[in-house]
Write a protein that binds this ligand. Structure first.
Ligand code: 5AD
Ligand code: SF4
Length: 474
């Protein structure tokens, strides 16, 4: 009898990738995937610690499973990922019905530990060393790589894939828990990355997104020479079958001229750059220990615009960081206005125990002020997103079709055209009506309507020759 697996994933793309890899491994071990915890023998949560809210949601989901476990004690409940690394044994204390706790640096042990729990060995925990304890080498080793071979069926969209090129982070921004839960920065061997991308392209994957917490500080070696991200892009550009290559997340300090030139010159590299600013106030950036001032961030943006005029840039912001005055916040609004990001992810500051900001600064911006700043900044950003999207109305863009839209998935009717979604090379979401056979293909779409976050279009015969260069790299 194959075992039924349910997995819930929260957090960033690293977590989405880890979950895909976990699912792939368990599928090949004979599990089948189900869409509700009540149908499952094994229930896994791949968790995030970046904000309190993400943790609260997981703890309440765990709480809801208490009775389900009492009903069927042989059912296995596991907590994976960043919260597992952060809270460790405390998870068993808060949710005693949990069987398994595995940090992101120990996912390779999952199959073994699952078997042990199933055999009645009792609760199991496997986490990496705390960064403050043990030698650098020992800590690094305890955050082991987890990049098993890719399985097509484990991906939501088989034509797109993420590939990890780095683990961890060494920057220690004062608000951020990531360096503690994801461990020291480690670049993956270049040959291994190349082999994985080639394998994905052989499986029919058209778009690869390279992942790293600070992806543009990648530093690998090949044949004794240093390979930076710009070099890696050049090498991967040659992979046959691959059509689009992207990378996230960039740190503003590492946005070097050679990288921008690579994005400009390599046709397959998307002119799409996620470079979080976090704040528009140099005083706040200093307390965040981001390593740049607001002026330097603006200079970096100017360099992006000068080198790659068609690039879309996206950002993250934290509002309500300790000590953020109305004037600091205004400077953030000004930056959002001036920078014309395609979109920004905006977060209310959430103190994370174990980080410098949580220990040294009082969380002194009231919740209501954080909320107001969040909403206001989002409105400013959305107005800009809407304007820039509307400028695309009437143009034809190339999109990689991902599948039925959310609406179409809910009201699916057999046969006939369905509402599909896809993305432009600059990561703009496009919704259009079409034949499902175009899923997984790159097709031209003429845009006829736009909102702040979505473009609406119809199938275009072809990308007009005059427009094609611009459309291809819209
Ligand atoms: N509070 C709020 N937002 C945070 N982020 C990281 N740590 C925190 C925190 N403690 C945001 C940053 C980062 C994004 C992934 O999450 O903006 O870029
Ligand atoms: Fe966190 Fe800063 Fe590292 Fe990003 S660069 S993961 S914000 S510590």
């Amino acid at each position: 009898m194959p075992k039924q697996l349910y997995i819930e994933t929260v957090g960033c793309q690293m977590n989405v990738l880890d979950s895909e890899l976990v699912v792939a491994e368990l599928l090949s071990a004979g599990y089948t995937l189900v869409d509700a915890p009540r149908k499952a023998d094994v229930i896994l949560f791949n968790t995030c610690s970046v904000r309190q809210h993400a943790e609260d949601k997981i703890y309440s989901a765990l709480g809801r499973l208490k009775h389900a476990k009492r009903h069927r004690p042989e059912r296995i409940i596991g907590v994976l990922g960043c919260m597992a690394q952060k809270d460790q044994e405390r998870i068993f204390r808060r949710a005693p019905h949990v069987d398994l706790v595995i940090g992101p640096g120990q996912l390779g042990r999952l199959t073994t530990l699952l078997a042990e729990v199933a055999a009645g060995a009792g609760p199991r925990i496997e986490v990496s060393l705390d960064r403050a304890t043990g030698s650098r080498a020992a800590v690094r080793e305890s955050f082991a790589r987890y990049d098993p071979l890719r399985v097509v069926d484990a991906r939501a969209v088989r034509h797109q894939a993420m590939v990890r090129i780095m683990l961890g982070c060494d920057r220690f921004c004062t608000y951020c828990i990531v360096p503690r839960v994801r461990g020291p920065e480690q670049s993956r061997p270049v040959e291994e990355i190349e082999a994985e991308v080639r394998r994905l392209a052989d499986q029919g994957c058209l778009e690869v997104t390279l992942l790293g917490q600070t992806v543009n500080s990648f530093r690998g070696t090949a044949a004794g020479a240093t390979v930076r991200l710009a070099d890696l892009l050049g090498r991967l550009h040659d992979v046959e079958g691959l059509r689009r290559l992207r990378f996230v997340t960039n740190h503003p300090r590492h946005m070097t001229a050679d990288l921008l030139q690579a994005v400009r010159d390599l046709a397959k590299v998307s002119p799409y750059l996620h470079v979080p600013a976090q704040s528009g106030s140099s005083a706040i950036l200093g307390r965040m220990k981001r390593g740049y001032t607001a002026e330097q961030y603006r200079e970096m943006l100017a360099e992006i615009r000068a080198t790659i005029p068609e690039a879309t840039v996206t950002s993250d912001f934290i509002v309500g960081f300790p000590g953020e005055t109305e004037e600091d916040y205004r400077q953030t609004v000004d930056l959002v206005r001036d920078a014309r990001f395609k979109n920004s992810f905006i977060f209310k500051y959430s103190p994370r125990p174990g980080t410098k900001a949580a220990e040294q600064y009082e969380d002194d911006v009231p919740e209501a002020v954080k909320r107001r700043r969040n909403n206001e900044l989002l409105a400013v950003q959305n107005a800009i997103g809407g304007e820039d999207n509307r400028a695309l109305v009437g143009r034809t863009v190339e999109i990689l079709v991902e599948g039925p839209s959310k609406t179409a998935r809910k009201h699916a009717e057999p046969g006939g055209p369905v509402q599909l979604t896809g993305r432009t090379v600059c990561d703009r979401i496009v919704v259009f009506e079409g034949d499902p056979s175009v899923v997984g293909r790159i097709v031209p779409i003429e845009i006829h309507k736009a909102t702040a976050v979505t473009l609406f279009g119809r199938t275009a015969g072809h990308v007009g020759s005059r427009q094609s260069a611009a459309a291809g790299r819209e």
